[in-house]
Ligand binder design. Structure first.
Ligand SMILES: [Ca+2]
Length: 165
């Protein structure tokens, strides 16, 4: 008898060992995942919530010479999972948008109001007739009561401020 069968068997055994080892690694990986999932039954909702948390949607934009100096500014109404913002941008000479101000609204739900016969969720108009434009931002509070928030540019402090009504 020669040793050939033994020699041919050895590589096979090594291959079997490698395959078994790989199988164990995979099994361990599956087990580890199941363990994580068992420890954190809400692992899926956690992943989903983290995705939703980053969710950001521009629901409306409006343009106007809000500072009264001929500079046309862009106002964006931005909704995230649990907040509502106004972002005011100035378009620079090179076309880049520069964020001038970000204002968080106290209400978290987007709202609409009737503006010149149309339902709108963001408008720019001189509603008090002083020759300067205001930002008109409707929103809903947690009781779904609508509010019309009004902001104007206050040149004395160089920033946007909420208008008293
Ligand atoms: Ca005004």
């Amino acid at each position: 008898m020669t040793l050939t069968p033994t020699l041919s068997y050895k590589p096979f055994a090594v291959a079997m060992n490698a395959a078994t080892h790989a199988g164990q690694v995979i099994l361990f990986g599956v087990f580890a995942f199941m363990l994580v999932a068992a420890l954190h039954p809400d692992v899926h909702s956690a992943v989903r919530n983290s995705l939703v948390k980053d969710y950001r949607m521009v629901v409306s934009t409006a343009h106007g010479d809000l500072m009264g100096d001929g500079t046309i500014l862009t106002v964006a109404k931005v909704r995230t999972r649990d907040s509502l913002f106004l972002e005011i941008y100035q378009t620079k000479a090179d076309g880049a948008e520069r964020l001038l101000e970000k204002i968080e609204l106290s209400d978290k739900r987007d709202g609409f109001f009737n503006f010149n016969g149309q339902a709108t969720n963001l408008a720019i108009d001189d509603i008090d007739g002083d020759g300067k434009l205001e930002i008109l931002v409707p929103s809903f509070d947690q009781n779904m009561v609508g509010h019309l928030n009004i902001y104007h540019y206050d040149s004395s402090i160089g920033t946007f401020a909420r208008s008293l009504r």
